[in-house]
Ligand binder design. Structure first.
Ligand code: GLU
Length: 424
């Protein structure tokens, strides 16, 4: 144990190992310069902060928070902020690394970062969450800034969290800085279309995959794990397109209806009661069973490592569109590829969120705001062109979809590193 601790950095947790294994496969295919590969296997900077806040009952609690910057070679770092009981340094570091590959893959002039606090936001009051966010922002203040690292939302955070973050940063510097965070409400410099962007992007990429498999989306079936911002929006758009969304779940379990669920009624119900099966819109189903349902499109839109070596063989979808970050382990990747599942890897499928975050940041820096139609069109252009480039690489290099997407992202970063040179 002591020896292992000495040999491995603190961020080497199972999720980080998973990100590293994906990186190593792509790096080997790219014949990456070993010096560059070594630099990219660790984050550039990682900050751990203690976040003490007064709880509503008068007691003081100290939460652990993080901000990790993986690379900043292409520009300022960009990445979400996760509030969840499982957040730790290794997970945040893996998520930061995935942000680097994602931003580079879709061609954004940004690096990759991620932040988070280990807490259970569902059990905290609005006041506690506000104090938590404000103190966390103050603690990570030395690392963030519109030209250095721009936080956005992620699991457990939303537009309100980003508003408090933006306000706290602005109070510290003495003037309003909308470009410090993305995913803000529109009235304080947020972008139209940002809330729907990740789910919309998942659907845009699923449409491209369906075209290649000759699947008519308007008569297809979809299964979605997660009914938060990503899962709900993807379900809503697919439902509007005529696709039957036959099962949906959240952390409290799922609901299944082979004739298709009424997504707007389910959403209205979920605001009052998180137990989706009590909606009577369908029968009860567990998260485990849901992933194994026969369907055209499966969208994991919750947490990482949901599809692994023990359940991958039972997955029966034709298209796996990864709304979540890291939902499939490398062992499962192998099994799914052998089964012929069309995987749209996370760094492509869920990149709509950070794409519109980038648009938000650009609009904030210019103090000039775009129309929603323009935003959705630009988003679609970026995603379709990244999708096509990945497919071209799959063919040319004879690699699986994830490896191709990673190769594209990693190559753009390493080319920039090589031409910039090593400092000093
Ligand atoms: N949480 C988003 C993701 O995983 C990114 C958040 C942002 O816009 O920075 O891609």
């Amino acid at each position: 144990m002591e020896k292992e601790r000495r040999e491995k950095p603190e961020f080497h947790t199972p999720v980080y190992e998973m990100a590293l294994r994906q990186f190593d496969i792509a790096a080997a295919r790219l014949n990456l310069d070993p010096n560059v590969a070594q630099r990219l296997r660790s984050p550039k900077r990682a900050l751990i902060v203690s976040v003490p806040i007064r709880m509503d009952d008068g007691s003081i609690r100290v939460f652990e928070g993080y901000r990790v910057q993986h690379t900043m070679v292409l520009g300022p770092a960009k990445g979400g902020t996760r509030y969840h009981p499982d957040v730790n340094l290794g997970e945040v570091s893996a998520l930061a690394m995935w942000m680097s590959w994602k931003c580079a893959l879709i061609g954004l002039p940004l690096g990759g970062s991620k932040g988070g606090i280990r807490c259970n936001p569902k059990e905290m009051s609005r006041g506690e969450l506000q104090r938590l966010t404000r103190r966390y922002t103050t603690e990570i203040f030395p690392l963030i800034g519109p030209e250095r690292d721009i936080p956005g939302p992620d699991v457990g955070t939303d537009g309100q969290t980003m508003s408090w973050l933006m306000d706290t940063y602005s109070m510290q510097v003495g003037y309003t800085v909308p470009g410090i965070a993305t995913g803000k409400p529109v009235n304080i410099g947020g972008s139209l279309g940002r809330i729907e962007a990740t789910g919309r992007g998942v659907v845009y990429t699923a449409i491209e995959a369906a075209k290649r498999l000759n699947i008519d989306l308007s008569s297809s079936t979809a299964v979605i794990q997660g009914f938060g911002n990503v899962g709900y929006v993807a379900a809503k758009i697919l439902h509007e397109m005529g696709c039957k969304v036959i099962a949906v779940s959240n952390s409290g379990g799922g609901v299944y209806n082979e004739n298709g669920l009424d997504i707007s009624r389910l959403y209205e119900f979920s605001k009052e009661n998180p137990i989706l099966s009590e909606s009577k819109l369908g029968g009860e189903i567990t998260n485990k069973e849901l992933l194994e349902l026969k369907c055209d499109i499966l969208i994991p839109a919750a947490l990482s490592a949901q599809i692994h070596e023990n359940n991958a063989k039972n997955v029966k979808c034709k298209i796996l569109a990864e709304g979540a970050n890291g939902p499939t382990t490398p062992e499962a990747d192998k099994i799914l590829s052998e089964k012929g599942v069309f995987i749209i890897p996370d760094i492509l499928a869920n990149s709509g969120g950070v794409t519109v975050s980038y648009f938000e940041w650009v609009q904030d820096l210019q103090n000039f705001f775009w129309k929603e139609k323009e935003i959705n069109e630009k988003l679609r252009d970026i995603l379709v062109s990244a999708f096509e480039s990945v497919m071209t690489l799959v063919k040319r290099e004879k690699v699986d979809h994830r490896t191709a997407a990673l190769m594209m992202g990693i190559k753009k970063i390493t080319d920039a590193m090589l031409v910039r040179g090593l400092y000093p």
